[in-house]
Design a protein around this ligand. Structure first.
Ligand SMILES: NC(=O)c1ccc[n+]([C@@H]2O[C@H](COP(=O)([O-])OP(=O)(O)OC[C@H]3O[C@@H](n4cnc5c(N)ncnc54)[C@H](O)[C@@H]3O)[C@@H](O)[C@H]2O)c1
Length: 380
């Protein structure tokens, strides 16, 4: 049995992981600010599960505040670090806040651990992101062999609707392949840069303090409990609100950009395995489904899950900092953590739509978020 601190444990992934950890007999302490951008204006009922789950203690506070962190770390044997600001587009203009929350928060956490605030801590598990890869891995289409990790697409290429990355040396067409953990990292957004910095802080400080670490690079996580209020993140949340309001789903680029959608219960299972593994993995592990799904396809599938018309429109617009494709090579997840993703996309979407239908209908905030990006010339 462990005493686990879960930072950001009141959020989407935490709301699945915390009961799972507690259900296995671990004591769990959640440190969370209950950030309004994620939780909306709380009415008091939404977080009943935190108070009512046996073995779970809640500390309202911030990883950027030393006193809060010291309280939260007291008596802890393992840390799962989930808290972060997560909006890719928003990070491009709220640079200072993203660095303070994501980088400085992680630095303070590791600083206190390194300096004896939690002498019994044996491992730190970090939620990182596939965004650290930037465009991820490709092969040259004509030979199917030469492995390439191209740079971010330029604003000029996007303005010319050249959506697919090309070989930087020859301009040849590329085909996306599953990205491996040892592929090049090349963050294309401030958010991604902060996640990579978090990884370095956790790895280096853990090694120097003689404790274990596991870094999970999550693909696009979706499912019951994801914030329906945060207009800056979660494509399926944003689309679900528009479907419920009878609004069309605008799809960026040509709709064929793809993502690896992984259900939150598979992600929570991977974190549980990382906490419980006899020896910490001491490495990076991709967490995804291993399947690439075009955005237009997921939009249509989501409409079907709500039994709504497929009201989908490809706009040809784009956001600077967005990647074209990414899909995880999940062999290490299976080999090192023994987890094989179990929830298919159709089953996961069904569960998500059923849950969403029972939630209060949020305002559609997509227009506001896009206007903000357009005003800052981050969108074309
Ligand atoms: N959901 C995804 O698709 C996804 C993909 C890749 C990586 N991740 C990473 O997984 C982690 C968890 O993501 P999520 O989807 O559960 O996010 P979320 O936004 O639902 O939850 C984050 C939680 O952290 C809390 N928080 C924010 N700032 C804090 C602070 N300073 N101190 C304490 N708590 C704070 C928020 O109140 C919230 O409850 C993040 O680190 C994110 O970068 C998520």
């Amino acid at each position: 049995m462990q005493t686990v601190l879960v930072t950001g444990g009141a959020g989407f992934i935490g709301s699945h992981l915390v009961p799972l950890l507690a259900g296995r007999g671990n004591r769990v302490r959640v440190l969370d600010t209950l950030a309004p951008q994620i939780h909306g204006m709380l009415t008091g009922r939404e977080l009943d599960w935190l108070a009512s789950t046996p073995g779970v203690e809640f500390v309202r506070g911030s990883v950027t505040n030393e006193a809060d962190l010291r309280t939260a770390l007291d008596g802890i044997t393992a840390v799962v670090h989930l808290s972060a600001e997560t909006g890719t587009g928003q990070s491009m203009y709220e640079i200072d806040r993203y660095c303070r929350e994501n980088v400085q928060g992680t630095a303070l956490l590791m600083h206190l651990i390194a300096n004896g605030a939690a002498p019994n801590v044996r491992r730190v598990v970090l939620a990182s992101s596939r965004s650290v890869y930037g465009e991820g891995a490709y092969v040259v289409d004509t030979d199917d062999v030469t492995r390439i990790t191209p740079s971010s697409r330029t604003a000029e290429a996007l303005r010319a609707s050249q959506w697919e990355p090309v070989c930087p040396a020859t301009g040849a067409a590329l085909r996306v392949i599953p990205t491996r953990e040892d592929d090049r990292t090349a963050p294309a957004s401030i958010y991604a840069a902060t996640k990579l910095m978090q990884e370095d802080l956790v790895r280096i400080a853990s090694e120097s303090a003689g404790i274990g670490h596991t870094i999970l690079r999550l693909q696009n996580v979706y499912g019951e409990g994801q914030s329906l209020n945060n207009p800056y993140t979660g494509i399926l949340s944003i689309f679900s609100t528009r479907i419920r309001r009878g609004l069309e789903l605008p799809i960026f680029e040509d709709g064929l950009e793809s993502r690896d959608f992984v259900h939150v219960s598979d992600v929570a299972a991977a974190f549980l395995a990382a906490v419980e593994a006899e020896t910490p993995a001491n490495c990076v592990i991709n967490v995804g489904s291993g399947v690439a799904t075009p955005v237009i396809e997921i939009a249509r599938a989501l409409c079907r899950s709500f039994e709504a018309p497929e009201n989908v429109r490809v706009t040809g617009q784009f956001r600077l900092g967005d990647i074209r494709h990414n899909v995880a090579d999940i062999r290490r997840l299976v080999e090192r953590l023994g987890h094989v993703p179990a929830v298919s996309l159709s089953e996961g979407l069904k569960r998500f739509a059923t849950w969403v239908s029972r939630q209060p209908l949020p305002e559609d905030q997509l227009g506001r978020a896009n206007e903000e990006l357009a005003r800052r010339k981050m969108m074309g």
